[in-house]
Design a protein around this ligand. Structure first.
Ligand code: NAP
Length: 318
């Protein structure tokens, strides 16, 4: 069994909640170092202030996991590839679609592995629904992804800045499930993006999709509602009805599944097993020397920003 040395770049919430403990429990990986602007430390490994210092000190390092905000990701990923490292990208994988495409091509020219991690895709219900929807037509699809930004992103100013994606930071998780399970292409047909008057990124978004595998008799029946103003119970739900009359209900961010009202899968939430799945897959990709770059969820977000109508709402204070 190969063991890959890996460093984490950006030691924020997701690194501490998921990457560090999951790497520690995966025998295919050995945590070699951290890169932290704030100089955060971890037992038994060095911390570097910049990736350049890391690469100079550890030329044999195999891979990096880039867990910074997305706006910094492209530059850091190029630098890692130039240093000969394999690259795992947190979601969203880059600031723009073209930068992600460039990274994928650049990694290929250097024979390095690059991996776009869409953590929500690693819930068991996602593959279950994907396999059951093959060959089906979709009559109705309703995504409801509503959560409390103050609870999940406390003090994270970057999410409100240009390149921070706003409510699409969680919304892209739903879209990553959607693009994985759809039995055909799906497009953003209409979008309405709600911006607080004092912020550069949306706090809510309503999308209408179209698809060649949707029932023609049901225009506007494929929708997503993202909202960061939800207090109390949080909603990460995708409901689907097929032309054949089957009803799929993915709840808990894709961790729970009911078909025609009967529960089939029920994993704890949130994020249970997602990052274990990510690192298992990364080890497989490294073993085979193959990259996995899934642009589809990211493209839907770009398209929503491209055609989205701007609606201004009251200011938002953290
Ligand atoms: P965060 O808590 O703000 O952490 C990001 C860390 O990156 C910062 O603490 C900082 O760590 C470093 N950093 C910040 N700005 C940087 C810059 N310009 N250049 C280099 N490094 C910088 O954010 P997060 O919640 O962990 O989210 C990071 C990424 O993970 C986002 O893309 C997010 O969508 C994704 N994600 C988050 C969650 C979640 O539950 N929070 C879940 C899944 C995915 P240092 O001071 O250590 O360098």
């Amino acid at each position: 069994m190969a063991v890959y040395s890996i460093a984490i770049i950006g030691v924020g919430k997701i690194s501490q909640d998921q990457h560090l403990p999951v790497i520690a429990n995966n025998p295919n990986f050995r945590l070699a170092a951290l890169v932290s602007q704030r100089g955060l430390a971890h037992p038994d490994v060095p911390t570097f202030k910049t990736p350049a210092e890391l690469y100079a000190a550890m030329p044999d390092l195999d891979a990096v996991a880039i867990c910074t905000p997305p706006s910094a990701r492209y530059t850091i990923a190029r630098e890692a590839l130039d240093a000969g490292k394999h690259v795992l990208l947190e979601k969203p994988p880059a600031p723009t679609v073209t930068e992600l495409t460039d990274l994928a091509g650049y990694a290929a020219t250097l024979d390095r592995v690059i991996f776009t991690t869409w953590h929500s895709q690693y819930n068991a219900a996602v593959e279950e629904v994907r396999s059951r929807l093959i060959g089906e037509r979709i009559k109705r699809l309703t995504i409801t992804w509503k959560e409390d930004v103050r609870r999940w992103h406390p003090g994270q100013d970057w999410i409100w800045e240009v390149g921070g994606f706003g409510v699409f930071d969680p919304g892209i998780n739903a879209l990553s499930i959607l693009t994985r399970i759809m039995p055909g292409p799906i497009f953003v047909h209409d979008a309405s993006l709600v911006y607080p008057s004092n912020r550069d990124m949306p706090i809510a978004a309503d999308l209408v999709f179209s698809s060649p595998v949707a029932s023609e008799a049901q225009p506007g029946a494929l929708t997503a509602a993202f909202d960061w103003r939800q207090t109390g119970e949080q909603s990460w739900t995708i409901d689907i009805e097929t032309d054949a009359g089957q009803r799929f209900s993915l709840t808990g961010g894709g961790s729970k599944l009911a078909i025609d009202g009967t529960p089939l899968l029920d994993a704890p939430t949130p994020q249970h097993g997602e990052y274990e799945g990510i690192y298992k897959r990364f080890a497989t990709l490294l073993d085979s020397g193959s990259s996995a770059v899934d642009v589809a969820p990211f493209q839907l977000v770009a398209d929503a920003f491209m055609i989205g109508k701007r609606v201004v709402t009251e200011p938002f204070e953290d």
